[in-house]
Ligand binder design. Structure first.
Ligand code: ATP
Length: 383
């Protein structure tokens, strides 16, 4: 069975990369398990997942550094079965972005072209072009130890781009940089990809990085693709508990479907007793199923009125609300995170933007509150 669950939009273009039923095993370890996946030309595609989920193995098979145990990999329609790494139209930027320490920036970038026998004049022109692309034209004669981490990363990018690959493979490209630089480089990588217009495939375990840069993401779990989609698809419409948990932060409630009509469904959640969760659509079309309800922290409201339950628009009374008490407030500048202990002992997170300079004074530790959420906020997932 193909392991593709695509909630993104499909286009009619011929894929630049196709994995067809690809598996990779080492003894009893199944690193990649029957993965089928198409990447379209010009995409910034991310393979995202926890450590050991098989994302690096998938990338290395594409580069020809590992051989699949089963299945076929096509690059631009061509079967890579017997094609060695150096004959594939892909180039890889490694996690450590190791550059040759004894060579200038320009020589580092020229190295691959020299090996390929590209004439000197053309080499010089292409090196300059690649360095300008990553804004290092003025540092061509520097040695690597005279560069910052971010600049060395750009040398590695220029060295890969200078060979004009059809696809650039990036293995955790920003993980060696500090947090501030990583954020700046996210933006640069995205700009660079748009400028050169070639397909980028990035491996990362950092969901923020994937959400910020990628046009489409394959979330991997235990060697398989758990879900494939745009960043907002994955965040707003996770198809499983694993994806809901892995992408962003979430409040997850276990419950039972007690009413499942085409235009509304109700889930009884013991953790919210006596209250129930209402959603304005059918879930499975059958009652009595065990389900999980995922609600993002920013999609829940906080109310000050400790006595009267708030009304939740378009929800029946006593649904989508609960009493609670503020246990902790983390002030993070642009937002604050509230840890709320619900009446039944369950701890949840709510985030609120600090729109005014005085917003953080609105609620206090230990304050009794109500929490509520609209009918379209919960995502109901099968148990
Ligand atoms: P990380 O983010 O930690 O790099 P990953 O998602 O990239 O993880 P892989 O490196 O692809 O995961 O590894 C997937 C599985 O295959 C892991 O269980 C790993 O231990 C195993 N594995 C990877 N390479 C080999 C190898 N050469 N020999 C045996 N097992 C391997």
């Amino acid at each position: 069975m193909d392991q593709v669950l695509d909630s993104g939009t499909k286009t009619a273009t011929k894929p630049i990369i196709s994995f067809r039923n690809v598996s990779k095993r080492w003894g009893s370890t199944v690193a990649v398990d029957n993965v089928s996946l198409d990447v379209e030309p010009g995409e910034f595609f991310a393979l995202l997942g926890p450590s050991g989920c098989g994302k690096t193995t998938l990338l290395r098979m594409l580069a020809g550094l590992e051989v699949p145990t089963e299945g076929t990999i096509l690059i631009d329609g061509q079967d890579m079965g017997n094609i060695p790494p150096n004959k594939r139209a892909v180039n890889m930027v490694f996690q450590s972005y190791a550059v040759f320490p004894h060579m200038t920036v320009a020589d580092n970038v020229a190295y691959g072209l020299k090996i390929d026998g590209v004439p000197e004049q053309e080499r010089a022109r292409r090196v300059q072009e690649a360095l300008d692309l990553v804004q290092l034209g003025h540092l061509a004669e520097r040695m690597p130890d005279q560069l910052s981490g971010g600049q060395r990363q750009r040398v590695a990018l220029a060295r890969a781009l200078v060979k004009k690959p059809k696809v650039l493979l990036l293995d955790e490209p920003l993980s060696a940089l500090d947090a501030k630089l990583r954020e700046a480089m996210r933006f640069e990588l995205s700009q660079l990809q748009q400028k050169v217009g070639i397909t980028f495939i990035m491996v990362t375990h950092d969901q923020n990085e994937a959400l910020a840069i990628a046009s489409r993401i394959a979330v991997m779990n235990k060697g398989s693709i758990a879900q494939l989609g745009t960043p907002s698809d994955l965040y707003e419409f996770p198809a499983s508990r694993f994806v809901a948990d892995f992408i962003g932060s979430v409040n997850m409630f276990e419950g039972t479907l007690i009413d499942d009509k085409p235009d509304e469904a109700t889930v009884a959640c013991p953790e919210l007793e006596p209250y129930r969760i209402h959603v304005p659509h059918a879930v499975l079309g059958q009652e009595s199923s065990n389900v999980w309800v995922a609600i993002r922290p920013e999609k829940m409201n906080l109310h000050k009125d400790a006595d009267a339950p708030p009304t939740v628009p378009e929800c029946p009374a006593a649904h989508n609300i609960s009493k609670g008490e503020i246990q902790e407030i983390s002030y993070l500048g642009e937002i604050s995170i509230f840890h709320i202990l619900l009446a039944n002992g369950r701890l949840i997170r709510i985030s609120r933007p600090n729109r005014s300079r005085f917003d953080q004074d609105n609620f206090g530790w230990g304050e009794k509150v109500w929490v509520s959420w609209g009918g379209t906020s919960p995502v109901v997932l099968q148990g």
